[in-house]
Write a protein that binds this ligand. Structure first.
Ligand code: GDP
Length: 333
């Protein structure tokens, strides 16, 4: 993009996205993911321009430990939905992914059918160091793919750390995939993940694992009955599926669809999205303020000094914050 000439480009990119141009969609995502200040400004202008065309997709989060079968299941699930006339985009949030060696999640080679289908779009996780950075980029990419007309968006994440909470906060429905049995029953409950789940699916319910999967499902149903549901209008179901063999994915979809209809009818979906947007705004504000602090040489020096003195117990954290804020005021960052 030529500097000083971003406005016409924004219009071209926006129209391309609205007309389903995949190359321009990919270019827009690159802008969103770029750390360059001018790119970020263009990305913001583009998002603002596309805002009226966003919000129409059904947003679904999927989590599970590596090996649970996320990519196999999403690939098959996506194909089923495409044959029903949907257009599917798969995004990923994996803060551990590095530019070298590619991303663990959303890798094109992991969802070969979806990635090669004209009605499918698979995007690996952005590779920024912080969860906050990765989350922002994925949220913005989600809006871009919505504007491009994908009506079902799946955001995939790994079953570790805080990334589940971040993904649950950008979707309408959060699906937790678990393995049958395995000796460590109810591990999801211990980790607190099922407390944000709108549904649990026990995957790999095939071959000699069918009965074990059914037993696990019964255990989770009992355990979930004791938890407060995420919504007053929805009791999270527990189902068994085989992503590999395409078994139970129709039931999976009918429940996701039922959830959507119920929460739409009660107004809860709209409320959930509004709250998500406001939290997103506040998160972004915090992130941008921190960027300004760390990006200003003089303030960054005060901050580094304060951090070191807090670390060795010489300075109370509250006094350190006063010092940093004084430096911010003094230099009008
Ligand atoms: P991910 O790391 O969660 O994305 O898991 P993958 O989709 O890459 O699957 C991990 C392994 O489990 C692969 O060898 C798959 O073939 C296998 N797998 C995935 N889904 C199923 C399933 O439903 N049944 C069985 N038996 N194996 C599966």
């Amino acid at each position: 993009m030529r500097s000083g000439d971003t406005a016409p480009d924004i219009e071209v990119i926006a129209n391309g996205i609205l007309n389903g141009d995949r190359a321009l969609l990919a270019r827009a995502i690159t802008l969103v993911e770029s750390t360059r200040r001018d790119h970020q400004e263009s990305a913001r202008a583009l998002l603002q321009r596309l805002m009226p065309h966003t919000g129409k997709a059904h947003r679904i989060g999927v989590t599970g430990v590596p090996g649970v079968g996320k990519s196999t299941t999403i690939d098959q699930f996506g194909r089923n939905l495409i044959s029903d006339g949907h257009r599917i985009a798969v995004l990923a949030v994996d803060p551990t992914s590095k530019r070298t060696g590619g991303s663990i999640l959303g890798d094109k080679t992991r969802m070969t059918h979806l990635a090669s289908d004209p009605n499918g779009f698979v995007r690996p996780s952005p590779t920024s160091g912080t969860l906050g950075g990765v989350t922002r980029k994925t949220r913005e990419t989600l809006l871009l793919v919505e504007a491009a007309g994908y009506d079902i968006i799946i955001v995939e994440t790994v079953g570790v750390g805080q990334s589940e909470v971040a993904v649950a906060d950008m979707v309408d429905f959060f699906l937790v995939l678990l393995l049958p049995g395995g000796g460590d029953e109810l591990q999801g409950i211990k980790k607190g993940i099922v407390e944000i789940a709108d549904m649990i699916a026990i995957n790999k319910a095939d071959g000699d694992k069918v009965r074990l999967a059914e037993r696990s499902a019964a255990d989770y149903r009992n355990a979930l009955a004791l938890l407060t549901p995420t919504s007053p209008n929805w009791q999270p179901p527990v189902v068994t599926i085989s992503g590999r063999d395409n078994v139970g994915l129709d039931v999976l979809w009918s429940k996701i669809d039922a959830h959507n209809q119920r929460l739409t009818a009660t107004g809860e979906l709209q409320q959930r999205r509004s709250l998500q947007s406001v939290r997103w705004m506040k998160d972004m504000l915090t992130e941008r303020l921190m960027e300004r602090i760390t990006g200003d040489g003089a303030v960054a020096d005060v901050m580094a000094d304060a951090e070191q003195r807090v670390q060795c117990g010489e300075l109370a954290p509250s006094v350190a914050v006063d010092a940093i804020l004084a430096a911010v005021d003094g230099t009008s960052v």
